[in-house]
Design a protein around this ligand. Structure first.
Ligand SMILES: [Zn+2]
Length: 144
């Protein structure tokens, strides 16, 4: 799962607690399902198989719908040939991380978190640039 979860507690970031409700996963605790990654370590993070995953799925469905509407993807499938190797999907992921960074920078108070978010922004902005240029070159080659 490629989705990033921000502002996790230490236990959540290590996959020891639900990213949604915060319940700790012990031997007799709730059953957990992988739902994404911690942006700092890329470690897998989890949510309770029931009911938290259903809530995340519903939220993701809504976000996908809004994103498709905003981008007009339902009317225009012309990008489809660009995304056949997943490069387009990875570009969207970079852009989502940057949007998350923007939201964090707007409210950020402490210096260590600021440094961390700036680092994430630099990495994903750079990969977004490389992917965009690659897709652009491919699109232009397709025109000719
Ligand atoms: Zn939960």
């Amino acid at each position: 799962m490629e989705r990033y979860y921000w502002n996790l507690s230490a236990a959540q970031a290590k996959g020891e607690a639900c990213v949604l409700c915060g319940a700790a996963y012990r031997d007799n605790g709730p059953k957990r399902t992988p739902v994404g990654r911690d942006p700092a370590t890329e470690a897998e993070v989890y949510a309770c198989a029931s009911p938290c995953v259903a809530e995340i799925v519903a939220e993701t469905d809504r976000m996908n719908r809004e994103m498709r509407e905003a981008a007009g993807l339902d009317e225009d499938e012309s990008h489809a040939d660009l995304g056949c190797d997943g490069e387009f999907r990875r570009l969207l992921r970079d852009l989502r991380v940057l949007v998350g960074g923007e939201a964090l920078l707007a409210v950020m108070q402490d210096l260590p978190t600021l440094r961390y978010v700036l680092q994430m922004t630099a990495v994903h902005a750079e990969t977004a640039m490389i992917r965009s240029r690659k897709l652009l070159a491919r699109a232009q080659a397709g025109d000719g």
